[in-house]
Design a protein. Structure first.
Length: 83
């Protein structure tokens, strides 16, 4: 199930920048604004290393400490519709 969440986040993250960009600066110290960052995989080289470390630290913290699912995978509490 974790791979499914990651793929959904990746899909949304790839589509949304085509239609929306945040106003302001991504990195004020380097003068990099959100509009300067290209879409898709070209954005990897534009984001500073400190930005990537913040993203990885947040995702790791969330997966290790916040998201605690103790149920059975795929059990959403409802019965499948059968004919």
């Amino acid at each position: 199930l974790k791979h499914g969440r990651v793929s959904m986040y990746a899909t949304v993250g790839y589509i949304v920048p085509e239609y929306f960009k945040w106003p302001g600066f991504l990195s004020p110290s380097t003068g990099l604004s959100f509009e300067d960052v290209p879409n898709g995989l070209a954005a990897i080289s534009k984001v500073p290393a400190q930005g990537w470390s913040q993203i990885v630290a947040f995702a790791g913290y969330y997966e290790l400490f916040v998201y605690k699912y103790n149920g059975t995978p795929g059990d959403y509490g409802w019965k499948a519709i059968t004919s």
